[in-house]
Design a protein around this ligand. Structure first.
Ligand code: FES
Length: 176
């Protein structure tokens, strides 16, 4: 795996290590690896929502596994970010039910409003737009994930409101 050009300050605080050890403790010692996905979530949340190679190597060391075992998982799932991302990552579902309910128009609208293309970060580092596969909330289409929460039955007015609230620092991203 190529080393990223982006530098990341790694800060394994005592609180973070306690949480990691609690997660590892849910599994038999010989199966520490089973804690990999929840540990990656915790570590990512504590590091501006992305995972550098160095940070993944740290996770491997903690779980007593090979770095490649961490890379395999982190590169497979779109919920893990391998480079810095916008603080507010709009992850629009692009699977059929959301598409049939106009998600692509909403993505275009959002990108235009923010002045970015899909995958780009706004100059202030606040916003990014991304397309993802079905998020299991098809009955609430069109929808997107923002942090740990779903934003459902979206329309242009709701997008405007979300952007305004995010700019005002009123959007909560994590449920803990
Ligand atoms: S198709 Fe969008 S949540 Fe399932």
């Amino acid at each position: 795996m190529e080393r990223t050009l982006h530098k990341q300050e790694i800060n394994m605080t005592e609180a973070l290590m306690n949480r990691i050890n609690e997660l590892i403790g849910h599994y038999p010692e010989e199966n520490r690896k089973s804690a990999l996905i929840p540990v990656l979530h915790e570590v990512q949340d504590a590091h501006q929502n992305w995972l550098s190679i160095e940070l993944m190597d740290k996770v491997a060391e903690i779980l007593h596994i090979k770095p490649v075992e961490v890379y395999e998982v982190a590169t497979f799932y779109t919920m893990f970010n391998l480079k810095p991302i916008g603080k507010y990552m709009f992850e629009f579902c692009q699977t059929s039910p959301c598409c049939l309910n106009g998600v692509e128009n909403l993505m275009d609208y959002t990108c235009e409003k923010l002045g970015v293309k899909v995958g780009e970060i706004t100059a202030d580092g606040l916003f990014e737009v991304r397309g993802v596969e079905c998020l299991g909330a098809c009955g609430y289409a069109p929808m997107m994930q923002l942090g740990d929460f779903y934003k459902e039955h979206l329309n242009e007015q709701k997008i405007d409101q979300i952007i305004e609230e995010a700019k005002a620092g009123k959007i909560i991203l994590h449920d803990k």
